[in-house]
Design a protein around this ligand. Structure first.
Ligand code: IVH
Length: 677
């Protein structure tokens, strides 16, 4: 007999809750994504058929809706307190002394303390009745907050119902914790804001606050928020855990995410060590923390110590050094990167930030300088976080600013004095000298020799450093003129490895036009564009002669790419290197006439990550490209789908964060089979 819709819905919801918890909170998924998606689709379909059976704790409610009871006042029966701060060891030891005095403890005995990160997010109270989330509220002024239930329901790490067995659910539970936005999600969100012409958020905390204040919870659902539980505020129908550390374990058992960095130990020196250790981990954490919260662990001792004004006497925030400080922007210099990109660097009056003295900060590109309207002499706020490289966040308004000269993009490369080129739409300005600019030469040779380009086996970074630094190699063309005698002048060089390299170089002379075009390292010309150009023009002289108007007729080549091809091929030094390469015997067969072919994946960008069993990633990429797809190395909101095999890491995370479809190898094989004839 088949299940009734009610029964099936119940089964589906339990399964989905269980697997979502494994995936989001425990980071230990058991079910393949596709099977999870299938369960979710079945749930949605069944609820569409039977809207009367939709419940508040259904996983479908996580997607959010436009209708919202947002922001009605919610009185806090148990006030939401704040914490006193301490900023150094002396103040911390003072706090510990006061605790011991109040408890009447001897000096020699250490009070058991629980330590955990002080999350830099927003405090939220979650109310559960009979195991089901019924209300979520902001802190507000501590005694009255605002209803943000619809928004909080969309956060994957907030249990919509408790995880333990239903007969063990407390009748009433109020959990306190913090909503944070992980840094990676924050960066991706800001990139989207900028792309859409919206103002970026100043920091993850502001972005999280903005997300929780959305009137349309469908928008909140798209923001990468996470919830960490750190306290039980009310508990009825279950026994109250005897200590804070036990509360955290109990909460974890009920399906809440609690910090893995929490620890418990006796006395102030244990705490001091825990603080120092947490500080060293700070930059590597996926989210911002601004200190460590220290709590007297034992609940009876907590009750004995009680509260003063709006803060408990049994807990304190032991803050970390500030990661945002202001200083003077002395100058903006320009550095030429390995691909010719000009990066503005802020030269600052040295200042300590997060425990390190900072005198330089990156500014990404000229657009960012313009957006922040930075001028030498301004006072700026700088930030040092996970990335370690400090960042200029904003300018502090002052009277002198308007009188200072604007920061212009240099017209000439500061290294080789060639023209600097910046297309209308592009954020990056580049030195146009390409292969000739010393700052770009090594990278150009590395790219030239790489496997998908000229495929010179064994010619890695170490060789390139030696060849450029010791033998004065000027361009990729010079590779074909290297002699054994020259190589043997290099320190500790064995005849065998020198011989191998020369053979590999010689073998690479026999290539294809697409590989050769890709190897040149023309800005904006990746492998698939190189192949398209080869197909369109058939030979190199035709391509070199082509004007922008003709270049844009190539599939996938827009005006920006066309202009950069034109600029590159008109640059005298690049032309000379190309001529030298051909003179050195680099050659390729004629390209076949274009063959009309169905391109079912035309216009789609795919990303491959992790290991595949039945083929290499390169082979998979070739097959996707043959169907018209572009294959990219990084995930963005434009990515159509991600193929993830075992060992997939950050690309898979970004895909999940951005809500991009993920497929496994079986899915890829099915797709290829469907389209390949
Ligand atoms: S416990 C009675 N634990 O800090 C104790 N608070 O300044 C209540 N916070 O509003 C707080 N991480 O938003 C506690 N691990 C943590 C915390 C934490 C961040 C925030 C919380 C509170 C503020 C107090």
């Amino acid at each position: 007999m088949s299940d009734s819709p009610e029964q099936r819905l119940q089964v589906l919801r339990s399964l989905i809750h269980h697997h979502a918890h494994l995936y989001h909170t425990l980071d230990a998924p058991e079910l393949p994504d596709a099977s999870y998606d299938a369960l979710f689709r079945e749930l949605l379909a069944l609820e569409r058929e039977h809207p009367e059976l939709i419940s508040a704790d259904s996983p479908s409610q996580r997607v959010g809706s436009a209708i919202n009871t947002a922001f009605t006042p919610v009185p806090h029966v148990v006030p939401m307190l704040s914490l006193d701060n301490v900023f150094n060891e002396t103040d911390w030891l003072d706090f510990d002394r006061r605790v011991r005095e109040r408890l009447g403890w001897e000096l020699a005995v250490g009070v058991p303390y629980a330590c955990e990160p002080k999350f830099d997010g927003l405090a939220v109270a979650l109310h559960y009745e009979q195991g089901v989330l019924v209300q979520a509220a902001t802190r507000g002024d501590g005694s009255t907050g605002e209803d943000i239930t619809a928004n909080v329901r969309t956060i994957a790490t907030v249990p919509l119902r408790l995880a333990g067995p239903a007969d063990a659910w407390p009748t009433r539970l109020e959990v306190r914790g913090e909503v944070v936005m992980p840094r990676a999600g924050f960066e991706a969100l800001n990139a989207r804001q900028l792309a859409a012409g919206d103002k970026p958020f100043a920091n993850p905390r502001n972005a999280a606050a903005g997300a929780l204040r959305q009137l349309d919870s469908r928008i909140t659902a798209q923001r990468p928020l996470s919830f960490y539980a750190y306290a039980i505020a009310r508990l009825e129908g279950a026994e109250w855990p005897a200590s804070h550390s036990q509360s955290l374990r109990w909460l974890a058992g009920q399906g809440f995410q609690v910090s893995e960095l929490a620890c418990t130990g006796p006395g102030p020196h244990f705490v001091q060590q825990a603080w120092t250790h947490l500080l060293t981990q700070r930059d590597a954490l996926p989210f911002d923390i601004d200190g460590m919260v220290v709590k007297v662990d034992d609940r009876r001792q907590q009750l004995e110590l009680g509260f003063i004004a709006r803060a408990p006497r049994w807990a304190v925030a032991y803050k970390f050094p500030a990661q945002e400080v202001s200083t003077r922007l002395e100058a903006i210099d320009w550095q030429v990167g390995r691909t010719g990109a000009l990066t503005p660097v802020a030269r600052l009056t040295p200042v300590p930030v997060g425990g390190v003295v900072v005198s330089n900060a990156t500014l990404h590109n000229h657009d960012e300088v313009m957006r922040l309207d930075l001028r030498a002499g301004d006072t700026v706020v700088i930030h040092r976080a996970g990335d370690v490289i400090p960042k200029v966040l904003r300018r502090v308004d002052d009277d002198g600013h308007e009188q200072r000269p604007l920061t212009a993009l240099p017209a000439q490369c500061p290294v080789c004095a060639s023209a600097v080129i910046k297309e209308e739409e592009a954020a990056i300005a580049r030195c146009s000298a390409g292969l000739y600019c010393p700052a770009q030469r090594k990278e150009a040779i590395r790219h030239f020799a790489s496997r998908r380009a000229m495929d010179i086996e064994g010619l890695g970074e170490k060789w390139i450093d030696l060849l450029v630094d010791q033998l004065g190699l000027e361009s990729s063309a010079g590779l074909y003129r290297l002699t054994l005698e020259q190589l043997l002048t290099l320190p500790r060089m064995a005849e065998k490895s020198a011989g191998n390299l020369l053979q590999a170089i010689a073998r690479s002379r026999d290539t294809t036009l697409p590989r050769f075009l890709f190897a040149l390292g023309i800005p904006n010309v990746g492998e698939s564009t190189a192949a398209a150009l080869a197909r369109q023009f058939g030979n190199l002289p035709a391509l070199i002669a082509a004007e922008v108007e003709l270049l844009v007729q190539t599939p996938d080549v827009g005006p920006v790419v066309a202009q950069s091809i034109r600029d590159f091929l008109q640059e005298q030094h690049n032309r000379q290197v190309i001529a030298e390469l051909q003179a050195a015997g680099v050659h390729w067969p004629e390209v076949e006439a274009p063959q009309p072919q169905a391109q079912p994946l035309q216009g789609q960008t795919w990303v491959l990550t992790g290991t595949l069993e039945s083929m290499s990633r390169d082979q998979a990429g070739d097959r996707l490209r043959a169907l018209g797809a572009k294959v990219s190395g990084s995930v963005s909101k434009k990515t159509h789908a991600v193929v993830a095999g075992p060992g997939a890491g950050s690309k898979l995370d970004s895909a999940r964060e951005l809500g991009i479809p993920v497929m496994d190898e079986a899915g890829l094989l099915a797709l290829l089979q469907e389209h390949e004839r």
